[in-house]
Write a protein that binds this ligand. Sequence first.
Ligand code: PSV
Ligand code: MN
Ligand code: MN
Length: 388
Amino acid sequence: MPAFDSIASQLENQAIELPSWAFGNSGTRFKVFSTPGTPRTIQEKISDAAQVNEFTGLAPKVALHIPWDKVDDYAALRRFAGDLGLALGTVNSNTFQDDAYKFGSLTHTDAAVRQKAIDHHFECIEIMHQTGSTDLKIWLADGTNYPGQGDIRGRQDRLAESLTTIYARLGDDHRLVLEYKFFEPAFYHTDVPDWGTSYAQVTALGEKASVCLDTGHHAPGTNIEFIVAQLLRLGKLGSFDFNSRFYADDDLIVGAADPFQLFRILYEVVRGGGYGPDSTVAFMLDQCHNVEDKIPGQIRSVLNVQEMTARALLVDAPALLAAQNAGDVLGANGILMDAFYTDVRPHLAAWRESRGLAGDPMAAYAASGYQARIATERVGGHQAGWGA
Ligand code: PSV
Ligand code: MN
Ligand code: MN
């Protein structure tokens, strides 16, 4: 297995985008618990995201969700973030909250509703020009609850037409990423339920469109690393929404439920050229912190991604290939598992310290006093999204 030192320089390439909504209060349909110090504005969310980057050096971008993060002056917001060492990242559209979208948005039978949803995406693209963002991420709640409720085929056709109109409005440096999710909020059929549908739709659009893979959006037992390998092979893996799940779309801390799965995914990312300076894959978190503090929750998340990336980089690729080609089943499996079972935490701590960062970002954040300060300074923090 390669020594940690031989892969250390590749860790410099890691940049993980934080979702603005991770810093707001969130919960389930049963209860939204509020956490002292929760941000009241997008500026406060960005300030909290800056803490994650300050202690880890891993999170230089914040993704926005519109209209949750709507402001009058996006150029000023960009400067605000820039002053804290951050860039504004992916702009997430939102066509799942308005009454008009009860029966769909980009797929709706009524052209006026489709146009409303398209106009919202035009607004997002305009915002991207001002924030300097390159990615427009579309996730649709569109779908039906009962067989026969909608014309599945007609909805695909209208989706294709709406996406084509949005795609035509993208700026030269812009990309469109289409996220899939197998169910919820629709329970019978969802209009973009799987990577194949997303792939078919974005391929019809053109080069600037690709697939967003949210790790929580698959049926239990799905081999997600296979999807990663396939999309990279096809040149259509645009971005990740990282999180972890035990049951459905739990949005828990990435790597918390199944670190081995995260390792397997990141191994395929590395294997398929999705990691490194030439990669165009965007790595984002899409998480909520219902019962734990949000900033340390995000710090833990980016550290989990870093740890599993380091382990994936440690896989002895030539030896693995040789074992695979020789039909050495257990030898090949052993080579992969050797890397997975390597505890890289002491190496990563030393690597951080060599770069002027705290060896233990969780402890350093806890000792910084920031959490206590925001708890006293901020009163009446917002629920993620809906109240923002
Ligand atoms: C939907 O479940 C999703 O994963 C999409 O990425 C949304 O933008 C995000 O959650 C926040 O609601
Ligand atoms: Mn997502
Ligand atoms: Mn989700």
